[in-house]
Design a protein around this ligand. Structure first.
Ligand code: PLP
Length: 410
């Protein structure tokens, strides 16, 4: 067949492991009902197995004037009040002294992918965690940008030595480095860096950036489910120590924060010491916006502003119920995993827990679990359990069942 697509497009179809396994789980549920344990979906579900959409978000959204829903946004950068409110929301409780700009994006995905393509040329390499969200790799390779991995963990700690090695190697080969850190509430392990780890990371960024620019993409998609909400942003104060050669792009998402995954809205928060550097990046981001999605849904931005200003207390109270539920589910799974000896990556908070498995056996274990009606998602070196969508009654006893199945796989 004559090919119609551009020469350097990758012709292989997307392999979306989450949606495929979620579909198997759904079919199994139709046949076997309550026998099925579905721990695949990365959205909040309540104890009755219903998708959660916050009343404190959507009652007001439903009542918005049609003209607000229909209108274009005020600018390709986003509505100015939305951008101000996102900055205040993302950095609440911190005292940042950096220059900044906020650009509205279609979810966290838009922020991350525009950051990748704004800071790297074709053929250059981005540094990603070895255990992580697979879309980062697609976002890079779609633009013929390569990726390399740092190791997330050294035992139960964040592997700063591996990050440093990757940064130095990038600097040696391309004179710049772009690093993705998905923190806090890392997908898929639920790890969050300690304050000391952030301080050391910033020290490393400063040291290596003496030789060229470094951009830190901090993906905070799950930050609003951190267990210590009041201090969840405290680590951002370490950014004040950035050298002039370091920039951060914080990728914020309304998807999880507002349970509005389908109402594409998020933002890139650009931070650096120098206003000129922030402005330069902002121009490139704005052009990406204009060239690809033009503008973000006006009503999604208007509603975010209303929720975090006028309806803040009701929203926080509603969200807290689900943070408490996540805590209950994760504590139960962790306690039972410890009791039976099921090995886990170090979980602290968030939507997911990941079981450590022999990489050579991951696929076989995953399939054996499905034969026993347990649906999970494979990760490099692990099996992800989405406690965000797993009711307590399904969580109970699950660790032991999984361990027994793992032990049967040769
Ligand atoms: C780690 C991580 N980052 C970012 C996102 C972006 O989500 P969205 O584009 O819906 O904001 C997700 C969504 O699953 C995610 O898991």
């Amino acid at each position: 067949m004559m090919s119609f697509v551009r020469k350097d497009a990758n012709p292989n179809p997307i392999v979306d492991t989450v949606f495929a396994v979620a579909m198997y789980a759904m079919l199994d549920k139709q046949e076997n009902g309550d026998l099925v344990t579905d721990a695949t979906i990365g959205s909040l579900f309540d104890e009755d197995g219903n998708f959660v959409a916050f009343h404190s978000v959507f009652d007001h959204y439903d009542a918005l004037d049609h003209r607000i829903k229909g209108a274009y946004a005020a600018s390709f950068l986003g509505n100015p009040d939305f951008c101000r409110d996102v900055y205040n929301w993302v950095t609440q409780g911190t005292e940042l002294s950096l220059a900044h700009s906020v650009i509205a994006t279609p979810g966290g995905s838009g922020a991350i992918s525009s950051a990748i393509t704004s800071f790297l040329d074709k053929g250059e390499t981005i540094i990603l965690p070895d255990i992580g969200w697979s879309s980062y790799e697609l976002m890079a390779t779609q633009y013929n940008i390569n990726f390399t991995h740092y190791q997330m963990f050294d035992g139960d700690r964040f592997n700063l030595a591996s990050v440093k090695e990757a940064l130095v190697s990038s600097m040696n080969t391309q004179g710049r480095a772009v690093l993705v850190v998905n923190d806090p509430c890392h997908n898929p392990t639920g790890y969050s860096l300690t304050m000391e780890e952030w301080e050391e990371l910033v020290r490393i960024l400063n040291e290596v950036s003496a030789r060229g620019p470094i951009i830190l993409i901090d993906d905070i998609a799950y930050i609003d489910y951190a267990y210590d909400g009041a201090h969840s942003r405290a680590y951002m104060n370490t950014f004040n120590q950035f050298s002039d050669n370091v920039m951060a792009v914080i990728a914020f998402s309304c998807s999880k924060a507002l349970t509005s995954y389908g109402l594409r809205c998020g933002a890139a928060v650009i931070l650096a010491q120098k206003q000129e550097a922030v402005r330069e990046a902002e121009i490139v981001f704005e052009k990406t916006a204009r060239a690809i999605w033009s503008n973000i849904p006006n009503a999604a931005m208007a509603n975010f502003s209303w929720v975090v200003n006028e309806n803040r207390d009701a929203y926080l109270a509603e969200k807290q119920q689900y943070i408490d539920l996540l805590k209950q589910r994760s504590s139960l799974f962790l306690k039972e995993a410890e009791a039976c000896g099921l090995p886990l990556y170090p979980y602290k908070e968030g939507f997911f827990i990941t079981i450590k498995v022999d990489p050579a056996k991951t696929e076989a274990i995953h399939e054996a679990l499905m034969r026993d009606h347990i649906y999970t998602v494979t990760m490099p070196g692990g099996i992800r359990v989405a406690v965000c969508s797993l009711p307590l009654r399904k969580t109970s006893g699950l660790a032991e069942r999984i361990l027994q199945i793992i032990n049967t796989v040769e």
